[in-house]
Design a protein around this ligand. Structure first.
Ligand code: FUL
Length: 491
């Protein structure tokens, strides 16, 4: 019996679960990746001084938003399709957006609400009301605190700050550690004790994922432009990477991951909706438009990574109307292409080279991420064909692996029958795209095509291929209407 036929026979009778292919994600990492699209807020003294990096000597008096409304931030982000938000609790200037008991450099010393305000309270309350997850960015680099650069005294201060923000505002889904390590007020640099910072997070918020250049849970993608590599493994060889300046270029392996990486550390693609992270009025006409955001959305969540989009809150304490309109435009493009009812492969007939027990091809097109088409252990190549309605053109193919079993696929090909009509000879195929990794979600851009059927060939894999989703979509670039939407409103 030929080897293919033998494998198919073995697979058909196999009712055992596939052997895992480590490393594997933790439940918190899986939950984080299921969110897919997260928001980022940069807000603080820089908003009022027109800086990106404050010097730490700005008087707290500069912080005075006139109409702060965290519910508006959450509304804008929810409308965009965002499921969790991370806010700068403290940026490099050391100013605390919550009334910390550990420093005088905080909202407590500002005129805002006569020193009785708490930005983290307002945002975490708004998140709870709206079912949005809440996360914090706490910069270890602190250009204000006198203990910075002195060693353990500052590390203790930083851990105590973490303790405040991680125990006062309910569940935290992500803790964001920036790698920057510049000079403090006394001209010295600090040796950060990251292991103790991470232990503090684990103790106080065991379900939170920790982001940094190198994890331990989520890694920086190696650029601040909002995209991941076409090849993107969730695994990383941590050795050889550092944080901040200790993470020298090339950062290719952060962008693409490492197939033989020992740790599961998926990538997050952070980018600002404007050129700067903080609000600058002169950037009101530089807001990324829906089409550009859609491109980044596809090249992050569609490249096995998360999209982490920053909104610079303005001096009123609001997300500017232009940014809100762009975010709504992005959502319209995402919904038009990927919203309910858009998957042209859903429920269609499938044919596969082999199926493991009841894990047949239908499980890849049933719309249920919990079910998968699976193959026998030992298999490295497999094929699925999905019948399509030839009158409906498509330009995207979406693939997904059930990552709880590890990331497996190394190489795939997408093709359609070569001829135009129903009597096509299916032995002739036209390649639409070839790709490498799949992971949590892979969006494959293909030429606009109408066909009787689409074929996905898994050409190589680290272990037997498992595919939880094959989708076929059509993007509608014009869905958001004209952009930009007219002159910005007066501030
Ligand atoms: C960087 C910081 O230096 C920027 O100011 C910004 O916060 C960005 C998200 O991370 O490393």
């Amino acid at each position: 019996m030929p080897i293919d036929a033998a494998l198919a026979l073995v697979a058909a009778m196999d009712v055992t679960p596939p052997a895992p292919c480590p490393p594997l994600p933790t439940p918190a990492q899986r939950a984080w990746q299921d969110i897919g699209f997260t928001g980022f807020i940069h807000f603080g003294p820089n908003t009022f001084t027109d800086r990106e990096w404050g010097h730490g000597d700005e008087p707290a008096a500069v912080f005075d938003p006139t109409a702060l409304d965290a519910r508006q931030w959450v509304r804008v982000m929810k409308d965009a399709g965002i499921g969790g938000v991370v806010i700068t609790a403290k940026h490099h200037d050391g100013f605390c957006n919550w009334p910390t008991a550990l420093s005088r450099h905080s909202v407590r010393s500002s005129p805002w609400k006569e020193g009785n305000g708490d930005v983290l309270r307002e945002l975490s309350d708004a998140c709870r009301e709206a079912g949005m997850r809440f996360g914090v960015y706490l910069s270890p680099w602190d250009r204000n605190n006198p203990a910075y650069g002195t060693g353990e005294a500052y590390n203790r201060y930083f851990r105590d700050q973490l303790r405040e923000v991680l125990t006062s505002y309910g569940p935290v889904f992500e803790v964001w550690f920036d790698g920057a390590c510049g000079e403090g007020p006394n001209g010295r640099r600090q040796q950060y004790d990251f292991p103790s910072f991470e232990r503090t997070v684990r103790e106080l918020q065991p379900n939170a994922v920790i982001f940094s250049d190198v994890g331990p849970d989520i890694r920086w993608v190696g650029n601040e432009q909002g995209w991941a590599g076409e090849t993107c493994w969730s695994m990383l060889k941590v050795k050889g990477h550092g944080r901040g300046a200790d993470n020298p270029p090339p950062t290719k392996s952060l962008t693409e991951g490492d197939e033989d990486g020992e740790a599961w550390i998926p990538a997050e693609c952070d980018v600002s909706i404007r050129p700067g992270w903080f609000y600058h009025a002169h950037e009101d006409d530089k807001v990324k438009g829906p089409a550009q955001l859609f491109d980044l959305w596809e090249r992050s969540v569609g490249h096995n990574a998360n999209f982490h989009l920053n909104f610079p809150v303005d001096r009123r304490g609001l997300i500017h109307e232009r940014d809100a309109a762009a975010a709504r435009g992005l959502r319209a493009l995402v919904d038009a292409a990927y919203g309910p009812g858009t998957d042209l492969a859903r429920g269609r007939t499938t044919a596969v080279s082999q199926a493991r027990g009841t894990h047949d091809g239908s499980k890849a097109v049933d719309g249920d991420p919990a079910t998968s088409w699976a193959t026998a252990d030992g298999t490295r190549e497999a094929t699925i064909e999905v019948e399509l309605d030839p009158s409906r053109a498509f330009d995207r193919v979406v693939l997904a692996e059930p990552i709880e079993h590890g990331q497996r696929v190394r190489r795939f090909r997408v093709s359609v029958p070569a001829g135009p009509g129903p009597s096509d000879n299916r032995r002739d195929w036209r390649t639409l795209a070839e790709g490498t990794t799949i992971g949590h979600r892979r969006i494959v851009r293909v030429p606009t095509t109408a066909a009787q059927c689409v074929r996905i060939e898994i050409l190589d894999a680290r272990a037997c291929p498992l595919i939880s989703h094959v989708g076929v979509h059509r993007t509608v670039p014009g869905a958001a209407g004209a952009w930009p939407p007219g002159p910005p409103p007066a501030p």
